[in-house]
Design a protein around this ligand. Structure first.
Ligand code: WTA
Length: 659
């Protein structure tokens, strides 16, 4: 991997330390006994079956859902465009709700919710079904129709799931925008999807303060004339402005609305949702997922990877603004009739043991979180964990970025009491569901490895020509065969879909990640090979941050790279050249950080800003990012350097080649 350096030395260090570690953690006999795939032999059998006839294998998974009309053709693959279960009709909300009302699950908890201030609510499947039906009818009353796009900008409250499922019920395509994104980011996403309505709240609680969601919506909508309707959930009781005719309080809008709302029978390829994610060019991509294939993948992976059982309490800590919240807070677990815990706020509020307190009180059995959170807990110290009885836990998971073996081992010991298997799950917004992961009752795990592709998924590590690289060497992670949960296109831009995912490696879907496969066939993810950085498990495009910086009137040029960060995985370093005559100083640093937070949200705020007279470039004028990455990786302090960098000398030492 010389052309495509993973760029982030951290993972490599982890791998070295793992090689020293070298242990394989086998699931205990007791755990394996009760699982669907309970031995390496059972896993192998499933894999062999799936490889022999992948389409048939996925058809069998799809049949586990409820269809209003069976499909005529399981897969229509016209490279690179896939259609799954063509001609079939179903409804995602009916699969997540109505299906469970016929037996004892009707009165089982679907969502157990806790607000950051401590309120608690439990919605049974029957109650959730009713709320979804009433809200779906409310959306219809407000003029929302099948095929319309609806933006959802909500805190982590049950109504966020209700809003998603209500859209799914009537065939409106939801586009959830993470509540931490700024008004400008929200505006861009609303405009790109041409959303007709926005569902939001007066605010949400985070770290003891109210996140002013409605105010951000108001700012965004000043430039979104296409939005006719806004529904505002009263969550915090804060004062917000309401625009006559456009804005409706959620609680008022559903008064007098009935609960009889038959689910629309939708085509398997009906667009279920759009979710925006960063790509290697500036503009976020609207990843489009459709109904039948996505739900098949989400339901199958949730059941197998998390070994969902009737009496589990499953807690995935992701916000619904990310794909993890879509697939493993809402669609995957609910399609399986599971009980999910949903928590509104921050992990350290009001005290560093909030998560452990939640697990203890709600008797959580399966816990799924991000490596960045685990590293933060490691740093805080195990005493916060040890204060609580976590004996209800039986399985742990991670997602979002490579986990360093040290954090993995800590997680296993301190949180999992050395008894819970850990599933390190690799996947992406684009893949819809988990792609590479242990099956907890069958796979021996190695700390830091996501282990093997799920049966049905044909992932491989290849070189630029698509040839598999030898075991042990790094290469590019691709998927060679279509799978049901794959994105169908980039919303409104099929050319970008093709160029971004299917043009780089012949015949394959390219993930953008580097990886290697070890002698046992285990996959080790090495991180992104493109201009996407992964900060605290969230993908950010360096170009997007650069365009926010260059948008500042005093900035001439900017280059953004990731640097290793112990806590967040990667931090953001921006190299900035100012307009002539503008002084570099702390005020400029603050102004530039503020400009990025305003354009994208505070998750994208650079940690370090370094000023340079000129950025190092190749002869053809491309910024030498690899060099900047090395310079950024050398940052010792997290403080800002306001002295000017002189790259002239550095550049002379480097061969000036095109990247
Ligand atoms: C990274 C999140 C290593 C990877 C579901 C991928 C991981 C990007 C893992 C997708 C993992 C996710 N090990 N890296 N277990 N899971 N990644 O779209 O770089 O927010 O391409 O989806 O996160 O991030 P996204």
């Amino acid at each position: 991997m010389t052309e495509h350096s993973a760029g982030n030395g951290r993972e490599n260090t982890n791998i070295e330390s793992l090689l020293k570690e070298g242990r394989v953690f086998k699931p205990s006999a007791a755990f394996s006994k009760g699982t669907e795939v309970g031995s390496p032999a059972a896993w192998e059998k499933l894999r062999a079956q799936a490889s022999k006839s992948p389409v048939k294998f996925w058809e069998a998974r799809a049949k586990e859902l409820r269809w209003e009309k069976p499909w005529k053709k399981a897969l229509d693959w016209k490279f690179p465009f896939a259609k799954w279960f063509v001609g079939g009709k179903l409804n995602a909300s009916a699969n997540c709700l109505d299906r469970h009302l016929e037996g004892p699950r009707a009165n089982k908890a679907a969502i157990i919710w806790e607000g950051e201030p401590g309120e608690q609510r439990t919605l049974t499947y029957r109650q959730l079904h009713r709320e979804v039906c009433v809200f779906a009818n409310t959306l219809k009353k407000l003029g929302i129709r099948s095929g319309d796009r609806v933006a959802i900008y909500m805190p982590m409250v049950p109504e966020a799931a209700v809003a998603m499922l209500a859209c799914a019920r009537i065939g409106a395509t939801h586009s959830v925008v993470f509540g931490g994104f700024s008004a400008e980011a929200l505006r861009d996403r609303i405009q790109d999807a041409q959303a007709k309505a926005v569902i939001t709240a007066d605010g949400g609680w985070r770290k003891g303060a109210i996140v002013p969601l409605k105010a951000a919506v108001d700012d965004a909508l000043a430039q979104c004339p296409g939005v006719e309707t806004v529904v505002v959930l009263r969550r915090c009781g804060s004062v917000v402005s309401m625009k006559e005719g456009r804005d409706h309080w959620w609680q008022d809008a559903l008064r007098g609305v009935g609960a009889d709302c038959p689910p629309a029978a939708l085509d398997a390829e009906h667009p279920l949702f759009i979710l925006y994610t960063s790509g290697s060019t500036g503009k976020p991509k609207g990843v489009l997922h459709t109904t039948g294939g996505y739900l098949t993948h989400a339901a199958y992976s949730a059941r197998l990877v998390f070994d969902l059982k009737e009496n589990d309490v499953f807690w995935c800590t992701a916000d619904i603004g990310w794909v993890t919240g879509h697939s493993y807070v809402v669609y995957g677990p609910l399609a399986n009739g599971a009980t999910v815990l949903m928590y509104e706020g921050a992990p350290m509020t009001p005290a560093p043991d909030r998560f452990w307190d939640l697990i203890e009180r709600h008797r959580v059995t399966v816990f799924y979180t991000a490596p960045t959170a685990i590293r933060a807990f490691v740093r805080l110290g195990a005493e916060h964990v040890r204060k609580h009885d976590l004996s209800s836990l039986r399985l742990l998971g991670t997602v979002g970025e490579p986990i360093n073996p040290e954090a993995w081992l800590w997680y296993r010991k301190e949180v999992g009491g050395d008894r819970c298997p850990i599933v390190d799950t690799w996947w992406q917004t684009e893949t819809g569901g988990i792609m590479i992961s242990p099956l907890p009752g069958a796979t021996g795990t190695k700390p830091g490895s996501a282990t093997k592709p799920l049966p049905g998924i044909d992932a491989a590590v290849v070189d630029k020509d698509g040839k598999p690289v030898p075991k042990g060497s790094g290469g590019l992670l691709v998927v060679r065969r279509p799978w049901p949960g794959m994105l169908r296109t980039v919303y409104g831009d099929p050319e970008r879909y093709r160029a971004q995912y299917f043009s780089q490696i012949p015949g394959c879907y390219f993930t953008g990640d580097g990886a290697r496969v070890d002698k046992d066939g285990y996959f080790w993810i090495l991180g992104r090979v493109d201009d996407v950085i992964n900060v605290a498990g969230h993908r950010l495009s360096t170009m997007e941050i650069e365009s926010a910086l260059v948008g500042h009137p005093r900035v001439a040029e900017a280059a953004v790279v990731g640097h290793p960060d112990e806590l967040k995985g990667q931090g953001i370093t921006a190299f900035v050249t100012l307009q002539t005559g503008v002084a570099a100083g702390p005020e400029m640093v603050d102004a530039l950080k503020g400009a990025v937070a305003k354009a994208i949200g505070s998750i994208a705020r650079p940690d370090v800003i370094r000023f340079a007279d000129a950025l190092p470039k190749t002869r053809s004028g491309k910024i030498m990012r690899r060099l900047l990455r090395d310079v950024a990786a050398g940052v010792k302090t997290s403080g800002d350097t306001t002295t000017l960098e002189d790259f002239a000398a550095l550049a002379k030492l480097q061969p000036v080649q095109d990247e």
